[in-house]
Design a protein around this ligand. Structure first.
Ligand code: NAD
Ligand code: MG
Length: 390
């Protein structure tokens, strides 16, 4: 069977997911070609990637680096753009077949909206987009007939468990969580956690923000909200179970009580490749999982009293409207403040919970409302940091 080569726009190509996506594309040059590469500030790596993969367009977010990137690529037929607005432009170009959103945080929202409006299928790594505005993104994607293919490993697992089950209602989705580096730690220990300790994840090498989110269980909270939108389930239909080995990537329970799981070694290249190649599975020689090497796959309840972020995310999902947008903005400020050593590990939850209390609730936000709500919540959260800095 001859399958047309897909042209991929990678938003955030210099990050953890972005670079692994380029590895996947290198393995399958017949199937994929890079159409667009973008980075916020790492111009050196962006230029190196552009020289290797020869995309049609590159975007450097930091406008002060535009002339540097432009000059380095001047001898090639590559258009160079700069600034956040350019992301909204490049995703819509005819040269693009699929947009893989590997940029971090709220910045993913507007480019994803524009890509869907331009009828580009989305391979979604940027979970924050659905957390902030799932209520807007999912109906828009349905209206435009655009698939949203999950890259997040848990959601890819659920998506795979649901293949062939479209007529069967979901009773529950069960998200697995590694528990992060502080699993089974108590509050007294967490109060003293340093940035360096929090940046060491036991099973995955990822960008700084998601690594801190994983340590605080906010990553799982964001994934609960992401799952609610992707699979159209209520908060009460989502369970989280801690599985430190990260082999069972997630599960779906059906109405007859039967449970399907998807398993494999923890390697983000697998869900990335699955999203890009869907509905096909491409042959690769990555190491295979061996049951005998993992005689103990263990499962336990998450400690939501100690790791409050997970409960806050469930609360935001339950409340609906712009509450997950407020939660997300407050969390982005909290993580940045923790990484800058301005607040402690446990204070991240205090900041998020207080911002949720003080933010203005909107039941049915428009896109403009989300943009404004993100901005206002950041201001509230930043003020909290100023008032409570170490
Ligand atoms: P990262 O920090 O390694 O990379 C982020 C990328 O986004 C970089 O290319 C950076 O230049 C770009 N970027 C940063 N800020 C930007 C902005 N304001 N505007 C435009 N571009 C910007 O992050 P990552 O670990 O690759 O994660 C990317 C996304 O994928 C996140 O939403 C994360 O939650 C999700 N995700 C990551 C993993 C993983 O294993 N790393 C797994 C599942 C989901
Ligand atoms: Mg995940």
């Amino acid at each position: 069977m001859v399958v047309a080569q897909k042209h991929i726009a990678i938003l955030g190509s210099t990050g953890s997911i972005g670079t692994q996506t380029l590895e996947v594309i290198s393995l399958h040059p017949q199937q994929f070609k890079v159409a667009v590469l973008t980075a916020q500030s790492n111009a050196v790596l962006l230029i190196q990637q552009a020289l290797e993969f020869l995309p049609f367009h590159v975007v450097i977010g930091d406008e002060s680096q535009y002339s540097h990137v432009k000059q380095a690529l001047a001898h090639l037929p590559i258009e160079v753009h700069a600034g956040a607005k350019s992301l909204e432009y490049v995703v819509c170009l005819d040269e693009v077949d699929v947009v893989l959103t590997a940029l971090v945080g709220y910045a993913g929202l507007l480019p994803t909206v524009r890509a869907i409006e331009a009828k580009k299928p989305i391979a979604l790594a940027n979970k924050e987009t659905l957390v902030v505005a799932g209520a807007l993104i999912m109906p828009l994607a349905a209206k435009m007939g655009v698939p949203i293919l999950p890259v997040d490993s848990e959601h890819s697992a659920i998506f795979q468990c649901l293949m062939g089950e479209s007529h069967n209602p979901i009773e529950k989705v069960i998200l697995t969580a590694s528990g992060g580096p502080f699993r089974s730690w108590k509050r007294e220990q967490l109060a003293k956690v340093t940035r360096e300790q929090a940046l060491k994840h036991p099973n995955w090498t990822m960008g700084a923000k998601i690594t801190i989110d994983s340590a605080s269980l906010m990553n799982k909270g964001l994934e609960v909200i992401e799952a609610a939108w992707l699979f159209q389930v209520k908060a009460s239909q989502i369970d989280v179970v801690v599985h430190p080995q990260s082999i069972v990537h997630s599960l779906v329970q059906f109405q007859d009580g039967s449970i399907k799981a998807q398993l494999g070694l923890p390697d983000m290249k697998l869900p990335i490749q699955f999203a890009l190649a869907y509905p096909n599975r491409l042959e690769v020689d990555f190491p295979r999982f061996n049951f005998a090497a993992y005689p103990n796959l263990t499962f336990e309840e998450p400690d939501m009293a100690t790791f409050r972020n997970l409960g806050l995310a469930f609360e935001a999902l339950d409340k609906g409207g712009n509450m997950p947008c407020i939660l997300n903005a407050a969390n982005e400020i909290a993580v940045a403040a923790f990484l800058a050593d301005k607040i402690g590990f446990l204070e991240m939850s205090d900041l998020i919970s207080e911002t949720m209390e003080r933010g203005t609730f909107l039941e049915n936000p428009t896109l403009e409302d989300y943009v404004q709500s993100d901005q206002l919540s950041r201001e509230l959260a930043t003020q909290w940091v100023v008032n409570n800095s170490k």
